[in-house]
Design a protein around this ligand. Structure first.
Ligand code: IMP
Ligand code: MG
Length: 184
């Protein structure tokens, strides 16, 4: 597939780097001396977690989960299935979920309930993007990169139909491309 060029750039590569550096500094201060495990949510958070990890002033572990929503990629159903679970135990550890974007909040709400049941020492969320207008369930996000309007975005790891993840910026989806069914 050779998708249409992305639409208008919402967040430039430069702005992403600066914000990720700030988040990394803040997380390093907050978690100094703690047993931090960053849990990346596949696949959209891969680019973000890779940059965030390199912006930390401390060592930490990373682990990954993959989940899929039974809804379409543009409208989450809240029914979430675990496709890949964590490799290691998080009991008693300081866990930071790293997400690409929080839309309705349903996916994150499910993930938080699931991980909380494993008795971590602490559980927080770092999301690169959030669309507050779309929220259907209130989820506490400790670290937010950018708030964006109610528009479908791609790039910096975020996809439409598994395309556009390579873009070094965040852009709106081209107007002639309508979000279709797909995994989260
Ligand atoms: P939620 O359960 O509605 O919060 O959906 C969250 C998931 O939907 C995110 O982790 C993304 O994978 C996907 N998603 C939501 N909005 C967008 C978007 O604008 N672009 C790409 N993926 C999105
Ligand atoms: Mg996602």
């Amino acid at each position: 597939m050779n998708p249409a060029p992305a639409g208008e750039i919402l967040i430039s590569s430069d702005d992403l780097s600066k914000r990720v550096a700030d988040l990394g500094a803040q997380i390093s201060r907050d978690y100094a001396g703690k047993d931090l495990v960053m849990v990346g949510v596949l696949r959209g958070a891969v680019v973000f977690i890779a940059d965030l990890l390199r912006s930390l002033d401390m060592s930490c572990e990373i682990d990954f989960m993959a989940v899929s929503s039974y809804g379409s990629s543009s409208d989450s159903s809240g029914v979430v299935r675990i496709l890949k679970d964590l490799d290691d135990s998080i009991t008693g550890r300081d866990v930071l979920i790293v997400e690409d974007i929080v839309d309705s909040g349903l996916t994150l709400n499910y993930l938080m309930r699931n991980l909380r049941a494993r008795d971590p020492g602490s559980l927080e969320v770092c999301a690169l993007l959030t669309k507050p207008e779309r929220r259907r369930v209130d989820v506490p996000i400790r670290y937010t990169g950018f708030e964006i309007p109610n528009t479908f975005v791609v790039g910096y790891g975020l996809d439409h139909a598994q395309q556009y993840r390579h873009l070094p910026f965040v852009a709106e989806l081209p107007e002639d491309v309508v979000p279709g069914p797909g995994a989260v």
